[in-house]
Design a protein around this ligand. Structure first.
Ligand SMILES: NC(=O)c1ccc[n+]([C@@H]2O[C@H](COP(=O)([O-])OP(=O)(O)OC[C@H]3O[C@@H](n4cnc5c(N)ncnc54)[C@H](OP(=O)(O)O)[C@@H]3O)[C@@H](O)[C@H]2O)c1
Length: 287
């Protein structure tokens, strides 16, 4: 029950109405009998600075940060963890001893999901569709996880090229020859996927309410290929249906949501959230 001693984690974004994170985190607090609450508020881009300062002044313990604030919020923190610094974006701010500490746990969420499925990226050829916030994060994470080669395809080709240049600048010679960018055309998707072992889909194509849409068909996939779709609404996107047809390994975005929510609770409250409960609540929340 919320009372005068309740402490808050606040999700800020625009839109935030469809986020599952509040029901997942609040289920943890209820189970643990912890006097915390996780709430979501819509914050417009022009209000970001004052919202962060105001919530800090109100004594909230942390902010989960989502679209479209992940990059801009980097301006309003005192320090960042290594991955947020590398990517130039964050998804969590912890207020501690008067300081605002930024974290990026999206890559962690993806890696934990792979780990759960017994998949490693080491030495593998990875194709990433999309060069937005999630695509950027996955490009850095795949290379850090030892991917042999990463090819990024994006509808706006310049964004893919810019991302490749940024990665090369920041990661230096260790990524030389391991990263490339292409325009997202059917031919480029087909050619890139031929030698690939892992496909990571980070665009919003196929997300509710456009559930019939997909950028990739079964004929372009192979048995045993990992097909990871970051979307979790719906849980089985058209892309994952195509992966099933091709006897590839389909993985949805629910794990990433749960693991990033788990990290937010761990960092901001020191509670060790029960993953099984979080997954169950997330699946129930989806349906
Ligand atoms: N599971 C999770 O916890 C989790 C976490 C983060 C994100 N996500 C999901 O990842 C997706 C992207 O999020 P984001 O933060 O990266 O968004 P974003 O920064 O807005 O990027 C959107 C990406 O989608 C591409 N795109 C949009 N419409 C397209 C179309 N019709 N055809 C081809 N490409 C198209 C954009 O290409 P252009 O550059 O050409 O516009 C861009 O690459 C969303 O579905 C989101 O729900 C899931």
């Amino acid at each position: 029950m919320i009372d005068a001693k309740t402490r808050y984690i606040v999700l800020i974004g625009d839109p935030v109405e469809h986020s599952l994170a509040p029901i997942v985190a609040n289920a943890v607090f209820e189970r643990e009998g912890a006097n915390y609450a996780y709430i979501a508020v819509k914050v417009r881009p022009e209000d970001l600075e004052s919202a962060i300062a105001g919530l800090k002044a109100c004594g909230v313990v942390g902010l989960a940060v989502t679209i479209p604030h992940k990059i801009e919020a980097m301006k309003y923190i005192d320090e960042a963890d290594d991955f947020a610094e590398l990517v130039g974006a964050l998804n969590l701010i912890h207020f501690k001893d008067g300081r605002a500490i930024g974290y990026n746990t999206d890559g962690y969420g993806a890696l934990k999901t792979f780990e759960e499925e017994g998949i490693t990226l080491n030495g593998k050829k990875v194709v990433i569709l999309g060069a937005g916030g999630a695509g950027t994060c996955m490009a850095y994470q795949a290379l850090l996880a030892g991917a042999g080669e990463v090819v990024i395809l994006n509808r706006t080709a310049e964004k893919a090229y810019r991302l490749v240049e940024n990665v090369k600048k920041k990661m230096g010679c260790c990524v030389e020859g391991r990263i490339g960018g292409l325009p997202l055309t059917k031919e480029n998707v087909t050619e890139s996927l031929q030698p690939a072992e892992v496909l990571i889909h980070t665009t919003s194509v196929g997300m509710y309410p456009n559930e019939a849409e997909t950028l990739v068909r079964a004929q372009q996939l192979r048995p045993g290929m990992v097909v990871y779709d970051l979307i979790y609404n719906p849980l089985k996107t058209q892309l994952l249906k195509e992966a099933e047809k091709a006897e590839a390994i389909p993985i949805n975005g629910l794990g990433m949501l749960v693991y990033t929510c788990q990290r937010a609770v761990q960092v901001c409250t020191s509670i060790e959230p029960p993953l099984d409960l979080m997954k169950r609540v997330a699946i129930e929340g989806r349906s």
